[in-house]
Write a protein that binds this ligand. Structure first.
Ligand code: FCB
Length: 485
């Protein structure tokens, strides 16, 4: 008996800590890459698909022109709808060694008008795609909504319309019915803060020809809170439906979590602005999702501007009763915040990136990813967490194609440092169960068109040629080394 005990102790002490936490949690760590329908699929009119808001924003309103001077669309994107193309791309993913692929479904392919009549060809497309993923040994992780709303619903007010809750619930149930037997991981929404509080008012300002599209008004933002509330109600209902179906698997929501740093930590106004911004951006979503209520001080601010915004006790009960099985975390960078009386709620969230070589999505600060994961452990009861996006793009020649290679050393460093710090948080007890890189391929980067590359595979947007970058091989090595452990 004693000998057995000694052997037992010896055995467990000799397992590297990292592996031990995997063993004890039972599930293999997920290594993934991500994309979103509008950014990669193209084929915007194929097989009965209806128009999405992004089809209209690009084709009718030329939304990329303001920032890039070019009129670009996702009409072709990187041609991912085409099976001949995507089979080659899946072969690259297999070569990369990922265990999972996070992609989103285009709502208007399944329901061209957003509700009502189903487009069977759209259903068949994702069925085939899912089968092809599975036969390559890659687990699908479906995002239900990554910003492309059917235009027919946009014209009815989109998320501002309380009926949007029902629209989304019906669409989600169609997805579960169609793919629920073979897809076991779902994400309801991608980055509701960016979608509702950043892109929506910015796009409104562009369409209304405001000189500064990011000069939001307090009324605009308080209005966005109403739409975001519909989205959170839809999130809770769909989580409830998914659980009631008992088909197995997990459902979560993906939040963009950006720690906020005062530009001048010795200035009390900057410190206060940074705390407030944390409330607006991070806690506004984390609290209802995990604690069943909004942060009171932020709710107060919105209600002062819009007294009609009044979430009910039933809404809170719905939140509290329907928590996600996991939290998807998109982390790119922290936000430097300063106080500015002329800006909405006295906050300037658009301070310049202080780094010598600026990354598109903000300053490179991997230590803040660690802090965020540990904060979630402490303040939100350590939910099961999957990093659903992390990645980088630099406008500094990091993506230059020289012959047939791209030596994207800045991206390589970014990825390595962020994975290291995430794994450190995991060793320190954060319940992190997966890492997803954004993105496998260069693609259509929303209002920035094709000018911002985030891929680890270079795409020639004219010929659709794919060229793995240095970061592709670096990520491949990282995955290999962790899977071996
Ligand atoms: C995230 C989006 C994703 C992509 C990356 C670079 O905010 O979710 O679609 O645009 O940024």
């Amino acid at each position: 008996m004693k000998r057995l005990a000694v052997l037992f102790v010896f055995f467990f002490c000799s397992i590297p800590h990292r592996l031990m936490s995997q063993v004890s949690r039972g599930q293999p760590f997920i290594w993934a890459v991500a994309s979103a329908s509008y950014q990669v699929e193209g084929a915007y009119l194929a097989d009965g698909k209806g128009l999405s808001n992004w089809d209209v924003l690009t084709n009718t309103y030329h939304i990329t022109e303001g920032l890039t001077g070019k009129n670009q669309t996702g009409n072709i994107a990187i041609n991912e709808y085409d099976r001949t193309q995507y089979l080659k791309d899946l072969a690259l993913m297999k070569q990369l060694g990922v265990t999972s692929y996070r992609f989103s479904i285009s709502w208007s392919r399944l329901l061209p008008q957003g509700t009502g009549k189903v487009n069977e060809k759209g259903i068949a497309h994702y069925n085939q795609f899912i089968d092809d993923l599975l036969s390559n040994g890659i687990e699908p992780m479906i995002t239900l909504f990554h910003w492309d709303l059917p235009q027919a619903l946009q014209e009815k007010g989109g998320w501002q319309n309380p009926e949007s809750v029902q629209w989304f619930e019906d669409y989600a149930n169609l997805v579960f019915k169609s793919y629920g037997d073979k897809v076991k991981k779902y994400i309801t929404f991608n980055e509701p803060w960016e979608d509702r509080f950043l892109f929506t008012p910015a796009i409104d300002n562009i369409l209304n020809k405001k000189t500064n599209p990011i000069a939001f008004t307090e009324e605009q933002l308080a209005n966005c809170a109403v739409a975001a509330h519909h989205l959170l109600l839809a999130n809770a209902l769909v989580i409830r439906d998914f659980h009631q179906k008992k088909k197995g698997g997990m459902i979560g929501i993906t939040l963009s979590l950006s720690p906020t740093i005062p530009v001048d930590p010795s200035n009390a106004a900057d410190v206060k602005a940074a705390q407030l911004m944390d409330g607006f951006h991070n806690r506004w979503f984390l609290d209802p999702v995990f604690k069943g209520r909004y942060p009171p001080e932020i709710l107060d601010i919105y209600q002062r501007v819009n007294p009609d915004f009044e979430p009910s006790a039933a809404d809170y009960a719905l939140f509290a009763a329907n928590k996600p099985d996991f939290l998807g975390i998109n982390y790119y960078a922290p936000d430097y915040i300063s106080a500015n009386k002329d800006m909405a709620f006295g906050i300037n969230m658009f301070t310049p990136n202080p780094d010598a070589v600026p990354m598109f999505n903000g300053p490179v600060r991997p230590e803040y990813l660690y802090k965020m994961l540990m904060r979630l452990k402490k303040d939100y009861n350590n939910p099961l967490m999957i990093i659903t996006e992390n990645g980088a793009g630099f406008g500094s020649g990091d993506d230059s194609l020289v012959g047939k290679s791209v030596n994207d050393q800045l991206r390589v460093d970014y990825i390595k440092r962020h994975i290291d710090t995430a794994m450190q948080a995991r060793r320190d007890g954060a319940n992190l169960q997966g890492y997803t890189l954004w993105s496998i391929f260069d693609n259509f980067e929303w209002v920035f068109g094709y000018g911002r590359r985030f891929g680890i595979v270079y795409v020639d947007f004219e010929t659709q040629e794919r060229i793995p970058k240095k970061s592709f091989y670096a990520y491949q090595e990282i995955i290999k080394s962790y899977l071996k452990k």
